[in-house]
Ligand binder design. Structure first.
Ligand SMILES: [Cu+2]
Length: 187
């Protein structure tokens, strides 16, 4: 069963009204929706986003859906527990909060071109992260993990943990494949 949160409806409605406008007598073009599943093996020892890497066009709705275990989808952004900025400067950071039941979901509409890195709050240290490229590979997410070191205003930012660094698919691979899956996820 799918649980639709009120927030989702408001976001989709907002997109339709603001982004597309209303033209009497015409159908509204439907926004593309991409699904990212939030996965886990039975023991909870392997956790991952599927796909872990995704390329979309600006204006795409990305919807994360829980399949197993408990997860969040949370943008790399200082407003989210002092994580480094790894989404475009003009983009709005998101944090789903805990999604606890299979079918629970959260979605955002990504309009600003660039690289968006995100993580799962309880599982970041286990490498549960994902990367979305909207249009072109621009912005802080396209830079090295420690690009901000020593810059004013970054005091208190956390470095991306080692397991997460290893898990991110490269920008080049996402651009060439469009959709990148975790290899041998259940092992
Ligand atoms: Cu998780």
């Amino acid at each position: 069963m799918t649980v639709h949160s009120r927030r989702d409806f408001l976001k989709v409605g907002g997109l339709a009204l603001v982004g597309l406008g209303f033209v009497p007598g015409r159908r509204w073009p439907a926004a593309a929706v991409e699904i990212v599943e939030m996965r886990s093996d039975a023991a909870g020892s392997r956790v991952w986003f599927d796909p872990i890497g995704l390329r979309v066009e600006p204006g795409t709705i990305v919807r994360w859906v829980v399949r197993e275990n408990v997860h969040t989808t949370t943008a790399y952004h200082p407003r989210n527990d002092h994580h480094p900025l790894r989404i475009p400067e003009r983009a709005v950071p998101w944090d789903s909060g805990y999604l606890v039941n299979p079918g629970d979901h959260f979605q955002v509409t990504l309009t600003v071109p660039g690289v968006y890195d995100y993580y799962c709050m309880p599982h970041e240290g286990f490498g549960m992260v994902g990367r979305i490229i909207v249009g072109k590979p621009l912005g802080p997410g396209a830079q090295a993990f420690d690009y901000w070191t020593g810059r004013a205003g970054t005091e208190g930012w956390h470095h991306v943990p080692e397991a997460a660094r290893k898990a991110f698919p490269s920008i080049a691979r996402i651009l060439s494949e469009g959709r990148v899956h975790v290899a041998n996820p259940a092992r």
